[in-house]
Write a protein that binds this ligand. Structure first.
Ligand code: ATP
Ligand code: MG
Length: 434
């Protein structure tokens, strides 16, 4: 099978380059994914045309990384909703110079052939090029064979390639996780040996790979690879966890939905971090603030949570108030994933109760009360002030015990009774004495 389905706008870029006398190949993840029958994320084109020429050939371009020979070409595409501009990254064939600091090459030199360009790429499955006009694959490193057998292997000597750029350590593990591939033996040995090189790679680059790994279906397996390779110490700034903690976290990740939800991040925190380290861990991984906040909150709530303490509905409502309604579903999943027994054996149990008791319309917060501060002021004839909040709080505590009373008429009635009760204090003990 040599044919790859290339979208029209990418084909157009290749044709235009060809017409001007240059070579054009589709490279990178798109070729790999197409050969696996997966949808491509983005389309990269490699060419022998210098960036200045690419900018001259195409009317609409962005010099994304002119230093590295990359120009983004924007191709107008007609969609049902109107015209949109689709980006295609066009990069000149290149070899890379010395990686003195293990971060970025000191210089980037143009290459003359696609084979030379492919030789500087990280993994064999990422080093396949496709000529869409000849419908021909260029595969000098056996990438197709590795795709067929499911193997992640570096292009060339693994230890040397990892020393050149430490990020490749993470890329290899991340890709093996995403694709469900095994690590080739020599690549794996080099990974373990060169793992400390990751310490020199910028937090942003490591964090991005980590987040992609955690998003993947098989993130649990990815975490174990990160641990067994020795990379974990350089990814998470936490004391070295034992195998049990890693296995337990893996089990939880396996049960949580793939994707960007905060539960998976929270599971990692509960399994491998501590209250006082959570923020630091997520900062180190450069998580977006909002995402980090909800993951840290979920982790803290799970650590203090005790199923026994929320045996009654009022107790569960009080807990949910602290958790927040919007976190309830994620918390229920997290709790369930964290249990030592299979979720099937837990049944609908507590997780189901959490979701039911936190459903919209159920009272768990002041804002759920059928009356507000103005009602309190009107009924009691008081002005604004902290007292209003105290009455509302008292109503909420009542409603926690009797949710059926959360109706305007009943709460107003309750306030009136409390008000008269407060005016004529009748200490029960005094009554008995007289
Ligand atoms: P995806 O976009 O799905 O993550 P990708 O393989 O396209 O996968 P990119 O980060 O877009 O990943 O990189 C494009 C290509 O550039 C890769 O396929 C690989 O050939 C090469 N590449 C990326 N990073 C490195 C690196 N650190 N060292 C060597 N080659 C790399
Ligand atoms: Mg890509």
């Amino acid at each position: 099978m040599e044919r790859i389905d290339v979208p029209g706008h990418v084909l157009e870029v290749c044709r235009e380059l060809g017409r001007t006398g240059y070579q054009a190949f589709i490279v990178g993840g798109a070729v790999r994914d197409a050969l696996l029958g997966r949808p491509a994320v983005d389309w990269d084109v490699a060419t022998d045309a210098p960036p200045a020429v690419v900018q001259r050939i195409f009317p609409d371009t962005i010099p994304t990384g002119a230093r590295y020979g990359t120009v983004t070409v924007l191709v107008p595409v007609r969609e049902q909703t109107g015209w949109v501009r689709r980006p295609v990254q066009v990069t000149m064939f290149r070899t890379e110079g010395e990686y003195r600091d293990g971060r970025r090459p000191e210089w980037v030199a143009p290459a003359h052939t696609i084979e030379e360009d492919l030789s500087r790429r990280d993994l064999t499955v990422n080093a396949i090029a496709y000529d869409p006009w000849e419908e021909r694959l260029v595969d000098p490193f056996g990438g197709r064979a590795d795709l067929a057998t499911g193997i992640v292997r570096t292009v060339g000597d693994p230890a040397r390639r990892f020393r050149e750029d430490g990020l490749r350590l993470m890329r290899a593990v991340r890709l093996a996780t995403e694709l469900g591939f095994r690590m080739e033996a020599g690549t794996w040995r080099a990974l373990q040996q060169e793992a400390p090189r990751l310490a020199r790679v910028s937090r942003e680059r490591v964090g991005e790979e980590w987040r992609r790994l955690l998003r993947a279906e098989a993130a649990g397996r990815g975490l174990v690879m990160i641990y067994e390779s020795g990379l974990l110490l350089h990814v998470l700034p936490v004391p070295h966890p034992g195998r049990n903690a890693v296995e337990r976290t893996k089990a939880a990740l396996d049960r949580l939905p793939a994707g960007d939800g905060p539960e998976r991040v929270a599971a990692v925190l509960v399994g491998l971090s501590r209250d006082d380290l959570d923020d630091c861990v997520l900062r180190a991984l450069v998580y977006p603030r909002a995402h980090a906040k909800s993951a840290v909150h979920l982790a803290r709530m799970l650590r203090v949570f005790s199923a026994d303490a929320v045996g009654t509905e009022p107790a569960l409502r009080r807990f949910l108030r602290g958790l927040g309604r919007s976190n309830a579903a994620a918390f229920a999943r997290l709790w369930q994933a964290w249990q030592p027994v299979e979720p099937a054996r837990l049944g609908d149990g507590l997780a189901g109760r959490i979701v039911r008791v936190a459903a919209p319309g159920q009272p768990i917060d002041l804002s759920d009360l059928a009356v507000g501060g103005r009602d309190v002021q009107a009924v009691l004839g008081i002005g604004p002030g902290p007292e209003v909040g105290e009455w509302l709080e008292r109503l909420l505590q009542h409603v926690f015990e009797h949710p059926e009373d959360n109706r305007r008429d009943r709460l107003v009635h309750l306030l009136r009774t409390w008000k008269t009760g407060a005016r004529q204090p009748s200490p029960p003990c005094a009554k008995h004495r007289s």
